[in-house]
Design a protein around this ligand. Structure first.
Ligand code: ATP
Ligand code: MG
Length: 566
């Protein structure tokens, strides 16, 4: 692998992590091997921040011919569940990455980790502390003042071994004792002040059941798990920079010159109008403030999938924001832009009328059904066409008609003409109202010479409207989503409960929309459609024949940008 990458054909435009990996390969470290890992804790569904980590971990391995493991970091049985394991697998595959047969669990290494702990106790490098976590925290000191050594720090090896074994046998209550590394209570790095290696947890584990009563802490588990798995580059986010010396300290208990995993950190993805903390997302789910982890308003991968975002749009967005060493807040508009851009290229164009107004074409035969041809995607010459029925009664959008229009209103008005997209030019002859003066329907005439291909088709009119046949259209419901939070940076509003910052208008349900029959027949969840002039939509998983439900993925234009300009 390393030999194949010559200086002269060194890849261009690498980000700083890729560059470090490349340099290690060039230097022949770890025998020229490259193995990364994506290490989710199965305590929630993956979100778009995880997608950034996934693109890095799998992406760099792909780029340089290495491999990437999927490792479930399942060291806390209290919060973890198989439901999360399954969803994580599905989401990574959906993004377009695969770990082959390299699916691992930190819990697979519990025996080796336990053995290492025993060895460290025997070498005088670890001790059992009988203090509570509060007492231990109170002795930690501050970055500028040394901590206080625990009164249990100089226990004999025999006593430590005996106590640790009895901790694991379940003899003591949770919180009664912990195993700590004996390092340095005066270290300028707070993480070196005798960090906790093991705590007692009596909750059954989703894989190992009740076998273990002691569970390793993140810092004692992660680096060693990397080592046991043969991971060469352990790429994570910036909050782990301060943990790196401890990562190296523990890993050195195992590694040698021929192979040693290396931790590299990049900046997290944070998005405007979004919370990304799994704890808060779980709270939204548990309290029913959203309809589940895959609610289309959630920043989860499953939510974005259900909403109609494509894997490519997410990956393009992540490419564009890039990887740096500085924390940033990325604009959700950039993600939405990437979604629009991809959907514009792939979505099938269809007609749907959100707020229908009936139009009777008085000079069109009553029972005639004429099929007109509609282009599936003007951006894609291979996308083909589909047929749409034209009949005497049609629906147009209520907003596309005005009785007393202002100047420059190019849609339909009394006496005015518009083109029906893909069909004829019609003229408004009469406005029919009910007793209260509400407009109930329009009477129009059509010009039979104006269908595509006919001589009159070149006739110019200012407006073109979308429409559906009143007889042939199918009723459907649209769910219109907006941002889940009202403020740009919910995490910064520390004086408020984040639930107070929710946008009360983040979901609007519009019933009785009218969609063309082709859409009704082809609406599978995940297939993207553009409702012309309205936005991008996909069928929801709750949708079924007779009860069609569409999620609006995104409006055609960024309405938030417009309101900002005002
Ligand atoms: P928590 O620690 O609160 O459980 P987490 O979001 O850190 O949540 P993990 O399951 O530990 O969840 O994350 C798995 C991997 O994803 C880690 O390597 C982590 O650094 C990365 N990751 C998590 N959140 C983000 C984010 N917002 N941007 C980029 N990477 C992230
Ligand atoms: Mg984490």
């Amino acid at each position: 692998m390393a030999e194949e990458i010559k200086e002269e054909n060194a890849p261009k435009g690498l980000n700083f992590v890729e560059q470090m990996v490349y340099d290690d390969l060039q230097a022949g470290k770890n025998g020229g091997r490259l193995n990364t890992r994506f290490p989710p804790e199965p305590n929630g569904y993956l979100h778009i921040g995880h997608a950034k980590a996934i693109c890095m971990d799998f992406g760099v391995a792909e780029k340089f011919g290495g491999t990437c493991n999927l490792r479930f970091d399942d060291t806390n049985p209290v919060k973890e569940d198989v439901e999360y394991v399954d969803s994580i697998r599905e989401d990574i595959h959906w993004l377009g990455f695969d770990w082959g047969d390299r699916e691992y669990y930190a819990s697979d290494y519990f025996p080796q980790l336990y053995d290492l702990a025993i060895r460290m106790i025997k070498e005088g490098k670890a001790y059992v502390d009988d203090q509570t976590s509060e007492e231990i925290a109170a002795q930690k000191g501050t970055p500028t003042t040394a901590g206080i050594e625990s009164p249990y720090r100089s226990r004999s090896v025999e006593e430590n071994l005996d106590l640790f074994e009895r901790m694991n046998a379940g003899e003591f209550d949770e919180g009664a004792r912990v195993l700590r590394a004996k390092i340095d209570m005066a270290s300028p790095n707070m993480h070196f002040r005798d960090p906790i290696m093991y705590r007692i947890i009596k909750h059954p584990h989703h894989r190992t059941g009740t076998k273990w009563k002691v569970y390793p802490m993140y810092d004692f588990a992660h680096g060693q798990s990397d080592y046991f798995e043969g991971v060469t580059h352990s790429i994570c986010t910036l909050e782990f920079v301060v943990h790196r010396p401890l990562y190296e300290y523990f890993v050195k208990e195992l590694a040698d010159d021929t192979y040693c995993p290396r931790q590299i950190e990049f900046n997290r993805l944070n998005l405007t109008y979004t919370v990304m903390s799994k704890r808060k997302l779980l709270q939204l789910v548990k309290e029913g403030l959203v309809a589940g982890w895959d609610d289309p308003r959630m920043p989860t991968i499953s939510g974005m999938r259900r909403r109609g975002f494509t894997p490519r749009s997410i990956r393009n967005f992540i490419d564009r924001i890039g990887y740096t060493k500085y924390e940033a807040l990325n604009s959700v508009s950039l993600l939405e832009h990437a979604v629009r851009e991809d959907l514009n290229a792939v979505a099938t164009r269809v007609m749907a009328v959100m707020n229908p107004l009936k139009v009777v074409i008085t000079n069109y035969p009553e029972d005639k059904v004429q099929m007109v041809e509609m282009e599936n995607n003007p951006e894609d010459s291979t996308a083909g066409t589909h047929q749409m029925p034209f009949t005497r009664e049609i629906y147009i959008e209520r907003d596309d008609f005005m009785e007393n229009p202002p100047k420059k209103f190019f849609r339909l008005a009394p006496g005015g003409e518009v083109r029906l997209k893909g069909a004829y030019i019609i003229k408004c002859e009469d406005v029919i109202k009910d007793a209260e003066g509400n407009i109930v329907e329009l009477h129009c005439t059509y010009d039979p010479d104006t269908l595509s291909g006919m001589p009159g088709s070149m006739r110019k009119v200012k407006g073109t409207l979308h429409w559906v046949s009143a007889d042939k259209a199918v009723d459907a419901t649209a769910r219109i989503y907006d941002r889940l939070f009202n403020v740009e940076n919910p995490a910064a509003e520390t004086d408020k409960d984040f639930r107070e910052l929710l946008n009360p208008d983040s979901l609007k349900v519009v019933e009785g929309i009218k969609v063309e029959p082709f859409l009704a027949e082809n609406a599978e969840p995940g297939r993207p459609f553009q409702f012309q002039r309205i936005g991008y939509f996909t069928a929801d998983k709750d949708s079924k024949p007779g009860l069609l439900i569409f999620n609006r993925t995104i409006a055609l234009k960024d309405s938030w940008e417009k309101t900002k300009d005002k």
